[in-house]
Design a protein around this ligand. Structure first.
Ligand SMILES: [Zn+2]
Length: 82
């Protein structure tokens, strides 16, 4: 009667990888590596297709946001402010 459904097994369908692929230079590296040995870029955990996830580069985003805000402030100061 109490037959186990295999939905629980499906849930844990995370494949076991031993290597992952660098999304920048397509080189293989160990799954536990957090930095690509070939190109030196930081990479994240392996995804379901064997690729390393790209790591969010907060510093670059922050720099871009700051640059845009400064440009808007300059634009406002130069053309709109009276
Ligand atoms: Zn790489």
């Amino acid at each position: 009667m109490a037959r186990k459904k295999d939905s629980a097994a499906k849930k844990v369908e995370t494949k076991i990888f031993t290597v992952k692929k660098c999304p920048y230079c397509y080189m293989y590296m160990a799954v536990k590596d957090m930095q690509c040995k070939a190109c030196g870029k930081r990479v994240g955990v392996v995804d379901s297709s064997g690729w390393a996830r790209k790591v969010m580069d907060w510093q670059a985003y922050l720099g871009a946001i700051v640059a845009v805000v400064m440009f808007l402030a300059f634009y406002w100061w130069a053309f709109l402010a009276k």
